[in-house]
Design a protein around this ligand. Structure first.
Ligand code: NAP
Ligand code: MG
Length: 471
């Protein structure tokens, strides 16, 4: 296992003649990733398929040991991985950002390694006997996004390998070097052919991967729009699907909450990774009686959180990852301003500055039906909506097609549980938003996707259940 420096890692994955990877903080080119063809993808899938029987034939303990070795390898090169992630994705080294993400990769590898999925006896009585076994599916196709490129790739890779599948992964186009480097580090310790990576556009390579008859399972994290295309593409093959799609998470603050006490949690729930997080708090409904106090306290906290180049240790927020995302955020905020919403903080980007920095922005007194509220902004902007009737707030929280996360903020546990039970979402957090744990199932309701990742549910999602019945 190597302990790579940043330069060694970059040299191992960057090619002379490829697609430029651009630092979103400066606009500088940091390296080039290969642009692969459908013919190359075809060979990689063949490699994964050829390697799968021997990988599946290892004992569960042997595969678990490989995943621990993979986690060791990530930890040995953690600083180099974090630096590359910071330069390419833009997220700061510090805070809940690049080093945190690399640490999450090791943690999720170890959790998959330490979670067994043994066969179970389902019935054993006068009515009959049946056991359930969890077999590998075969080759898993994984397609990941650019916001948490390393960690989300690991969420797809780790359980798949644990269950005896082999993998072909396609990272998002703007964060290829990061995932290439991660896969390089993992492949230094994994057997050949078990983990394969392909780079190229979603429309060609991603689509070909989704359609390939040798792919038994697709794990996709990205937008709802592309998720729907993947459902259609995979139909030919009846491939199993786990879809982690978009979110527009609502939080509801009840009248008894303490504004000063919840401000920090609200801030990080919304602004983690500069707002580019699927299950970030994207619209906050606050009761009229404490509305002004909550807006003030969140703004007071937000003002002091430094945004800057990710390599500077003091930065806790970074640029948006790409120009397209900057434009989405900029347009939504301009539209809110034009509609008369109140800008409490931010909202005035320097559009001529290098990189894709958008300032931390808090918008108050906004119409609950404004598009900044109804659409996924995916950036450092939080609209705060006033409500006076809790039933109305719950109705607004539930009225969108999304249902990834949600949160309730109150010091009354019973009230929290009562409101949580009425929210349509894969997860409802109480007095926090967005925290994940490798043993707690995570996924979306409604058009935020289907299937669950993590823990035992996550392993079942990359396994083929096989019943053996009779005595
Ligand atoms: P995206 O545009 O849907 O892209 C996601 C991935 O799909 C990329 O690797 C992309 O490749 C690929 N792709 C694009 N078109 C494809 C096609 N026709 N067939 C197969 N693959 C295709 O999403 P994004 O902009 O990267 O990520 C932002 C979205 O992801 C947000 O909506 C966010 O909420 C969601 N997200 C959800 C979760 C979750 O856990 N639920 C987590 C993170 C993000 P290219 O980049 O090469 O186009
Ligand atoms: Mg929104």
């Amino acid at each position: 296992m190597s302990n790579y420096t940043y330069d060694e890692l970059l040299a191992a994955v960057s090619v002379a003649d490829g697609k430029a990877a651009v630092d979103p903080a400066t606009g500088e080119v940091i390296g080039n990733s290969p642009v692969q063809t459908v013919a190359e993808l075809d060979e990689l899938i063949a490699t994964a398929a050829a390697a799968q029987p021997a990988w599946a034939a290892l004992s569960d303990e042997e595969r678990s040991a490989y995943l621990h070795k993979a986690a060791d390898a990530v930890e040995a090169s953690a600083e180099a991985l974090a630096e590359l992630l910071s330069r390419e994705q833009g997220k700061p080294l510090n805070g809940p950002n690049a080093r945190f993400e690399v640490g999450g990769c090791a943690a999720w590898l170890r959790a998959a390694a330490d979670t067994p999925l043994p066969s179970e006896v389902i019935i054993d009585d006068e009515s009959g006997y049946a056991e359930m076994h969890y077999r590998p599916i075969g080759v898993v196709g994984a397609i990941s996004p650019w916001n948490w490129p390393m960690m989300i790739s690991i969420w797809q890779i780790a359980p798949s390998l644990r269950m005896g599948n082999t993998v072909v992964i396609k990272p998002a186009g703007t964060t290829e070097l990061s995932v290439l480097a991660l896969v390089k580090v993992l492949n230094d310790v994994l057997p050949e052919g078990v983990l394969n990576i392909v780079t190229g556009s979603g429309r060609t390579i991603g689509d070909a991967l989704s359609r390939d008859p040798r792919i038994g399972k697709l794990m996709f994290t990205g937008s709802t729009e592309v998720g729907k295309q993947i459902i259609a593409a995979s139909a030919q093959n009846v491939a199993r699907l786990t879809l982690e799609l978009g979110g527009n998470d609502a939080g509801i603050v009840l009248p008894d909450a303490d504004p000063a006490a919840i401000a920090e949690g609200l801030f990080w729930g919304a602004f983690i990774n500069t707002g580019q997080t699927c299950a970030a708090l994207k619209r906050l409904y606050v009761h009229d009686s404490i509305y002004d106090a909550v807006v003030d306290e969140v703004a007071k906290f937000a003002k002091n959180v430094p945004m800057g180049n990710g390599l500077e240790e003091q930065s806790l927020l970074g640029p948006l990852q790409n120009q397209g995302q900057f434009e989405i955020v900029d347009r939504l905020v301009e539209s809110a301003k034009a509609a008369g919403a109140r800008v409490v903080l931010g909202g005035e980007p320097d559009r001529d500055a290098p990189g894709h920095f958008y300032p931390t922005t808090i918008i108050a007194d906004i119409d609950p039906q404004h598009e900044l509220v109804l659409k996924e902004q995916f950036g450092p902007v939080l609209p705060i909506i006033r409500y006076s009737d809790l039933d109305e707030a719950i109705k607004l929280a539930n009225e969108l097609e999304f249902g990834l996360g949600s949160s309730v903020w109150t010091s009354d546990r019973e009230q929290a549980m009562a409101v949580a039970s009425r929210l349509q979402a894969g997860t409802t957090w109480i007095n926090s938003h967005g925290g994940l744990h490798p043993m707690v199932p995570f996924g979306g309701a409604k058009q935020s996707g289907y299937g669950r990742e993590f823990g035992v549910e996550g392993l079942k999602a990359v396994a083929e259940p096989h019943v053996i019945s009779g005595r």
